[in-house]
Design a binder for this molecule. Structure first.
Ligand code: APR
Length: 246
C-alpha cells in the first residue's frame, strides 16, 4: 500500500511554530509576506529578510516534534515493514519530521536549516544567523548566502516526483494545510483525477475541503496518531482492496 501524505504548518502548530493564516495569530497576520518572502524583497532589503528568517530559525531550534510528527514517523516505518510505502511531502521549512524520525522527507518549499549560495549554488546546513557577512564554505564568497526556502513567485521543489508518485498512490492525505497555496493545494484534485481516495486531517475544513472523500477534524497531535492506528489496524485485519481504503 502506497500512502502519499502532504503536510502543512498545522502539523507543527502544537510544536509552537504557529501557522501562516490562522486568524490573528498567523505569521502573515503579523508580517507582510510580500515584504519578507519574495526574491524582490530580498534584493531590496536583504538585512530585513535575513533577520526574519534568523528569528524563525532560532524559534525552530528551540522547538520539538509533537505527537503528530512522531506518529507519522512510526507509521512510515510500520508501513514499510508491511511492504508498503509512505511518501511524505511537506510545505513546511522546519525539520520536525526528520527530528521525529521520518526519512526521505520532500521539502517542496525548502528548508530553514539550509542556506544556498547565490554565487556557486551550493546548499549547506545552516543553524546560525545569516547576514551579508556570511561566507559560503564551498566557494568562499562573502555575502552571497540566502535561506534555502522557496519564496512567493519561485518554483517549489520536487514537483517532478509529486507528478510521478501521487497518481499511483492508494491514498492521498493532507494534514494541517489550509489549501490556500498552489501547487500544493491542487494535489487533492490531481489525486481525484487519478481515482486516488483522499482524506483531510485538519483543525477545521480547509479551503479545498469539499474535494476530500474523508475528513478528520481536530488538533493534529490527537488526530494523526489515531488515524495512523486506524490505518494499520485495517491493514492488519484484512487485505483490503488497496484502492478503496481511506
Ligand atoms: N492541528 C491541525 N491543524 C491545524 C492546527 C493543529 N493544531 N492548527 C492549525 N491548523 C490548520 C489550520 O486550520 C489551517 O487549515 O493548519 C492550517 C494552516 O494553514 P496555513 O497557515 O495556511 O499553512 P499552510 O497551509 O501550510 O500554508 C501553505 O503558504 O505562506 C505559504 O510557504 C507558506 O508553506 C506555506 C504555504
Amino acid at each position: 500500500m502506497h500512502i502519499f501524505v502532504l503536510t502543512g504548518a498545522g502539523i507543527s502548530a502544537e510544536s509552537g511554530l504557529g501557522t501562516f493564516r490562522d486568524a490573528g495569530t498567523g505569521l502573515w497576520a503579523r508580517f507582510d509576506p510580500m515584504k519578507l518572502a519574495t526574491p524582490e524583497a530580498f534584493q531590496q532589503r536583504p538585512a530585513e529578510v535575513q533577520a526574519f528568517y534568523n528569528w524563525r530559525r532560532q524559534n525552530l531550534l528551540a522547538a520539538l516534534p509533537n505527537p503528530a510528527h512522531l506518529a507519522l514517523a512510526r507509521f512510515g516505518d510500520a508501513l514499510h515493514r508491511r511492504g508498503g510505502r509512505l511518501t511524505l511531502v511537506t510545505q513546511n521549512i522546519d525539520d520536525l519530521h526528520q527530528r521525529a524520525g521520518s526519512s526521505d522527507v520532500l521539502h517542496m518549499h525548502g528548508e530553514l536549516l539550509k542556506a544556498r549560495c547565490l554565487a556557486c549554488h551550493a546548499i549547506a546546513t545552516c543553524r546560525e544567523d545569516l547576514s551579508q557577512h556570511s561566507r559560503c564554505a564551498a566557494c568562499g564568497r562573502v555575502g552571497a548566502l540566502r535561506p534555502h526556502v522557496v519564496w512567493f513567485g519561485e518554483t517549489p521543489l520536487f514537483l517532478d516526483l509529486v507528478a510521478e508518485w501521487l497518481p499511483t498512490a492508494d491514498l492521498f492525505v493532507a494534514i494541517g494545510t489550509s489549501g490556500a497555496v498552489y501547487p500544493a493545494a491542487g494535489f487533492v484534485a490531481t489525486a481525484r483525477r487519478h481515482g486516488v481516495p483522499t482524506c483531510e486531517i485538519n483543525l477545521e475544513p480547509a479551503d479545498n475541503a469539499s474535494l476530500f472523500d474523508q475528513a478528520l477534524y481536530g488538533p493534529a497531535s490527537d488526530c494523526v496518531p489515531a488515524w495512523c492506528e486506524k490505518i494499520l489496524a485495517t491493514l492488519d485485519a484484512s487485505r483490503p482492496d488497496q484502492r478503496n481504503l481511506s
